[in-house]
Design a binder for this molecule. Structure first.
Ligand code: HSE
Length: 297
């Protein structure tokens, strides 16, 4: 028995929703094939060139399967072949794709015995291995699709939201930003004034998403807490954001913990123009970059 999956990239945080909001996008996506084995072993094969560890306990998909295996006391095993297209360290949910894909695929092979919340519970062990933190804001949209709100992780409480008909332009500049580092630099306390602004933005964003109110979405894509600190790690962040807004982006910001930047747009042509602009800004700096034009998935 085997299952073949296309596992989407995800944009976590959606600017103001640090650790609680995320959306799945069409491109890029990973390809995974998971086979059920008669022996209780977990075999991981990467058929890509990212040099990720294949030892199950050191592999994001591997640890997820180990936890499922342990929990269900399985006598069978899994062989996973991963062709990764979502670049590790891009901020586009590469580790979440491996983790969520493993949990989802194993569940299909086992006859859907896990609930969505259980899949998310197990997939979070993969995120913990990758970044040291059990966050679900990439995993939840990867499993549910579209946009999700992680109301809490303990207990797991995920709210799937409406999927507005919007395009996404994203750029991944080839600079290294580790999730663990970009979490460590954040302040541990928030002034009340900033908190009030931020929850206004989050509430506005969710209302905008639910009502398909694109102007409200645009006005709410502001982050007064995380972005001002993290954006320092991303070259040309302010220039890309300002120019994208000038050419018609609704809004956007850092994708996950960076270094990717994403922008939302109503029209495909606008998203393409933004992607072109993003690429040319990094070309001028001689920083290699990858761009994607996609839709919310
Ligand atoms: N919410 C997480 C963060 C996503 O911003 O650190 C990491 O991919």
């Amino acid at each position: 028995k085997k299952v073949k999956l296309k596992v989407p990239a995800t944009v976590a945080n959606l600017v103001c929703g640090f650790d609680i909001l995320g959306m799945a996008i069409h491109e890029p996506y990973d390809e995974m094939e998971i086979k059920l084995l008669d022996i209780p072993e977990i075999i991981i094969k990467h058929v890509d060139s990212f040099g990720l560890p294949e030892e199950a306990s050191k592999n994001v998909a591997g640890v997820v399967l180990q936890k499922i295996h342990e929990h269900l006391k399985l006598t069978t095993g899994f062989e996973v072949t991963i062709r990764k297209h979502i670049k590790p360290g891009s901020g586009l949910g590469s580790s979440a794709a491996s983790a969520a894909g493993a949990a989802f695929g194993a569940n299909v092979l086992l006859g859907n015995i896990l609930s969505d919340d259980e899949m998310i519970h197990f997939a979070m062990f993969g995120e913990e291995l990758a970044s040291g933190v059990r966050h679900a804001d990439n995993i939840a949209p990867c499993i549910y699709g579209g946009i999700t709100l992680v109301k809490s992780t303990v207990p797991i409480d995920i709210i799937p939201l409406n999927t507005p008909d919007l395009f996404v332009a994203a750029v991944h500049p080839q600079v290294e930003v580790k999730t663990s580092d970009s979490r460590q630099i954040l302040k541990k306390t928030i002034p009340m004034k900033s908190a009030v602004e931020q929850w206004g933005n989050i509430a506005g964003l969710i209302a905008g998403i639910e009502k398909n109110d694109f102007s409200l979405i645009g006005r709410s894509l502001n982050d007064v807490i995380v972005e001002p600190i993290r954006s320092i790690l991303i070259p040309k962040f302010d220039e890309i954001k300002t120019k994208s807004l000038q050419i018609g982006a609704l809004g956007g910001g850092i994708s996950g913990s960076g270094p990717s930047i994403f922008m939302l747009a109503e029209k495909k042509e606008t998203a393409e123009k933004i992607a072109h602009l993003m690429k040319s800004v990094y070309n001028q700096m001689e920083i290699e970059s990858y761009t994607y034009v996609s839709k919310i998935n």
